[in-house]
Design a protein around this ligand. Structure first.
Ligand SMILES: *[C@@H]1O[C@H](CO)[C@@H](O)[C@H](O)[C@H]1NC(C)=O
Ligand SMILES: *[C@@H]1O[C@H](CO)[C@@H](O)[C@H](O)[C@H]1NC(C)=O
Ligand SMILES: *[C@@H]1O[C@H](CO)[C@@H](O)[C@H](O)[C@H]1NC(C)=O
Ligand SMILES: *[C@@H]1O[C@H](CO)[C@@H](O)[C@H](O)[C@H]1NC(C)=O
Length: 417
C-alpha cells in the first residue's frame, strides 16, 4: 500500500503538470461523424472506433488525423494484427497539433515534428512516438517517424476536414512505417485482467465478479475495446459483501457493471474529465452514471448518493485501467429512493449512519438505504487470507497467489450460493 501510495503521488504530481498544459476534455469533435460521409475511409473510421482512438481524437481540442483509405487499411489488416497492435499503429497517425493542407505546405524551414497519441501510451521508445513532416519540394510533403528508422515513404494526398485550429483530417498515401508501433501486442485477456485485479487489492471484487456470471460476461465482451475499473479495495469491499449479497441478482449485476466504464481512461484523462460518465450498467440516458471531480491532485467519483476518492492505481496501461476506491461508490439507482426490493436495515457495524461522513442527499434519514457506504475510518477487522493481497514482489509469490485467488473465488461462490 505504501509503495502504491507513493507511486500514486508521483503520478499525480506529473499529472498536475500535464493538466496545466492539457485542454478541456469535453468532447470537442466527433471524428466518426466527420468521416461518415467518406466511404473511402470507412475501414479507417471503423477501426478508429473499435480501438477507441475515436474517443482520444474527440476529447482533444487541437488534433490532426492522418487518414488512410480502405486499400491502405487492407494492407495494414492483412497480417491480422491484434486490436491492441492496430491501436498502436493507428495512434501514430493522430498528431497532437493542428496541421492542415496550408500549414503542411508552408512549414517554417520546410519541416516540423509533432507528438502523436502513440507517444502518450508510454510504449514509444526514443523519438518513435513523434512524426516528422517535411516538405520534399514540388508540393510533396512526406511523413515518417522522427526516430530516423525509415526514410519518407508516405506522403500527403489531400485534405478531408479543416476546422482551424481544432481538427484537421488529411489523407496520407499509406501507413506510416514503424517497427515500434507494429510490435505485436497481445490483446488483453480476462485471465490477466482478473489476475491484476487480484494482485492489486481488488481480490474480493474479482472473486465476486467471477461468482456473477452475467456481469463477468459483460466485462469480457468489452475487454478488447478497453475497460476502466473503479474497484473498492478488499478491506472496504469485504464490509460491503453482506449488503451486496442482499441485492437481487439483477441488482448485483448492475452494481458490478456500474464499477466499470467501457473505455480506457488514463489518469490524465480522468484529471481533465467532467460531466457524467457512462458505465457498463448504463442502459438509458443518465442511468448508472457518475461524475468525476478533480480537487487539487485528488480525483473523486460522485453519484447522488456519495463521493469517493481514488486512492491508488492498480494498472494504467492502454487499454485497461484499474483504480482503487477509498469506499464503495453507490449508484443512486440501487439506493433507497430507487425501486429496489428493499431489504431491512442491517444491524451490522458497517451500516451505521455515521455523522462524520458527509453523506449527501440521504432521502429518508431514519431508514438507511439498502446500500450504504462504509465509513473510510472503519478499522478493517481483516483476518483470513485477504491481508496477503498486496502485490507480490517476486515471481515466487505468484503460485501462492493464484492459490489465494482460487480460494477467494470459492469463498465468494459459497457466500453467494
Ligand atoms: C458520433 O457520431 C456517430 C455517427 O454519427 C454517432 O453514432 C455517435 O453517437 C457520435 N458520438 C458522440 C460521442 O456523439
Ligand atoms: C525531419 O527529418 C528530416 C530528414 O531526416 C530532417 O532533415 C529534419 O531536420 C527533421 N525535422 C525536424 C523538425 O527535426
Ligand atoms: C475550436 O475550439 C474552441 C475551444 O473548444 C472553440 O471555442 C472554437 O469555437 C472552436 N473553433 C471552431 C472553428 O470550431
Ligand atoms: C439482508 O436481508 C436480510 C433479510 O431481508 C436481513 O435480515 C439482513 O439484515 C440483511 N443484511 C444486510 C447486511 O443488509
Amino acid at each position: 500500500m505504501g509503495m502504491q501510495g507513493s507511486r500514486c503521488i508521483v503520478v499525480l504530481l506529473l499529472l498536475s503538470v500535464l493538466v496545466l498544459i492539457s485542454t478541456s476534455a469535453a468532447l470537442a469533435h466527433n471524428i466518426t461523424e466527420l468521416l461518415s460521409s467518406r466511404p473511402d475511409f470507412a475501414t479507417f473510421n471503423r477501426y478508429l472506433s473499435r480501438t477507441r482512438l475515436s474517443y482520444e481524437v474527440n476529447s482533444r481540442n487541437t488534433i490532426t488525423v492522418l487518414a488512410i483509405d480502405n486499400s491502405a487499411m487492407t494492407t495494414l489488416l492483412a497480417p491480422r494484427p491484434t486490436l491492441a497492435t492496430l491501436r498502436n499503429r493507428l495512434s501514430l497517425h493522430i498528431l497532437l497539433d493542428y496541421f492542415d493542407a496550408g500549414k503542411l505546405h508552408q512549414l517554417s524551414s520546410g519541416t516540423a515534428v509533432a507528438a502523436t497519441i502513440f507517444q502518450t501510451t508510454g510504449k514509444a521508445p526514443g523519438m518513435s512516438g513523434f512524426v516528422n513532416m517535411t516538405d520534399l519540394g514540388g508540393g510533396k510533403v512526406g511523413f515518417k517517424p522522427q526516430d530516423g528508422s525509415v526514410d519518407f515513404a508516405v506522403f500527403f494526398v489531400k485534405s478531408l476536414v479543416e476546422n482551424p485550429y481544432n481538427i484537421s483530417v488529411v489523407q496520407i498515401s499509406g501507413v506510416i512505417p514503424s517497427a515500434e508501433a507494429a510490435a505485436p501486442v497481445p490483446d488483453p485477456s480476462m485471465v490477466n485482467f482478473m489476475d491484476t485485479m487480484t494482485r492489486k487489492g481488488c481480490a474480493i471484487f474479482a472473486a465476486t465478479l467471477v461468482a456473477t456470471p452475467k456481469a463477468f460476461a459483460a466485462y469480457k465482451d468489452n475487454l478488447q475495446g478497453g475497460l476502466t475499473l473503479f474497484c473498492p479495495g478488499d478491506e472496504v469491499f469485504l464490509h460491503f459483501l453482506a449488503k451486496f449479497k442482499n441485492l437481487t441478482v439483477d441488482n448485483r449485476i448492475s452494481y458490478l457493471e456500474f464499477c466499470v466504464t467501457p473505455i480506457y481512461r488514463s489518469l490524465a484523462t480522468l484529471q481533465s474529465t467532467s460531466g457524467p460518465i457512462n458505465t457498463l450498467a448504463t442502459s438509458g440516458p443518465g442511468s448508472f452514471v457518475f461524475t468525476v471531480q478533480n480537487v487539487g491532485p485528488d480525483i473523486a467519483l460522485k453519484t447522488k448518493v456519495n463521493t469517493v476518492k481514488i486512492i491508488g492505481t492498480g494498472l494504467d496501461q492502454q487499454p485497461i485501467a484499474i483504480y482503487l476506491l477509498e469506499e464503495v461508490l453507490l449508484p443512486h439507482e440501487l439506493s433507497a429512493s430507487a425501486p429496489v426490493p428493499a431489504p431491512s436495515p442491517a444491524p451490522a457495524p458497517a451500516s451505521t449512519h455515521s455523522p462524520p461522513v458527509p453523506t449527501p442527499e440521504s432521502p429518508s434519514p431514519p431508514a438507511p438505504p439498502p446500500l450504504e457506504s462504509v465509513p473510510p475510518t472503519a478499522p478493517p477487522p481483516l483476518d483470513g487470507p485477504v491481508d496477503q493481497t498486496p502485490p507480490p514482489k517476486s515471481h515466487g509469490a505468484r503460485a501462492h497467489h493464484q492459490c489465494l485467488v482460487m480460494s477467494l473465488i470459492s469463498l465468494a461462490l459459497i457466500m453467494m450460493s
